[in-house]
Design a protein around this ligand. Structure first.
Ligand code: HEM
Length: 143
């Protein structure tokens, strides 16, 4: 049970990091040429669903691992540090990446290229910060 939960945890965590790798380039290029905006919106919708699934799967399986190993009182401070980093990723996603994406999407839907372009930098920066926090979380899991 413990090994299976750990494997699931690592798979969710890997998907959480991996699904975002190609997004910044895709968004930058698609907004630059402003063609196939609908394709970008479709791809982003799929990526968003995968992000929600893998992010919540990582946190829930992590909580399961705490219950299966030390219990909450005895858990290492590093695990809580990783949990804080994971929560940070979710907060940045909700407060920065999502509004920025809404700008990009709104710009694409209305044919407003400057509006779409204005959202690109905050969006890609938010994703970079999320990836950095993910690496921090990984580091705190393996110390
Ligand atoms: C980006 C987020 C995360 C990544 C990349 C990640 C990665 C990992 C990895 C690679 C391991 C295996 C470590 C080892 O066996 O040496 C692990 C174990 C573990 N993780 Fe995470 N994790 C993340 C988030 C979380 C969260 C949010 C929690 C808690 C809610 C959590 C709780 C745990 C626990 C309890 C273990 C087992 C530690 C042990 O065997 O003593 N993880 N994690």
């Amino acid at each position: 049970m413990l090994v299976a939960t750990k494997v699931i945890h690592i798979l969710f965590a890997a998907a959480w990091f991996g699904h975002k790798l190609l997004i910044p380039r895709d968004v930058r290029q698609s907004v630059h040429v402003m063609t196939d905006g609908e394709g970008l919106i479709r791809r982003m919708h799929r990526a968003e669903r995968l992000g929600i699934l893998s992010g919540s799967g990582t946190v829930l399986s992590g909580i399961g691992l705490i219950a299966l190993t030390t219990g909450f009182a005895e858990t290492s401070v590093w695990i809580y540090f990783g949990l804080a980093a994971a929560i940070g990723i979710l907060i940045i996603g909700a407060l920065v990446a999502r509004p920025a994406w809404n700008e990009i999407k709104g710009g694409i839907e209305t044919g407003d290229a400057p509006r779409a372009a204005a959202g690109v930098k905050p969006f890609t920066r938010a994703l970079a910060l999320e990836s950095l926090l993910w690496i921090v979380a990984l580091g705190s899991m393996v110390v």
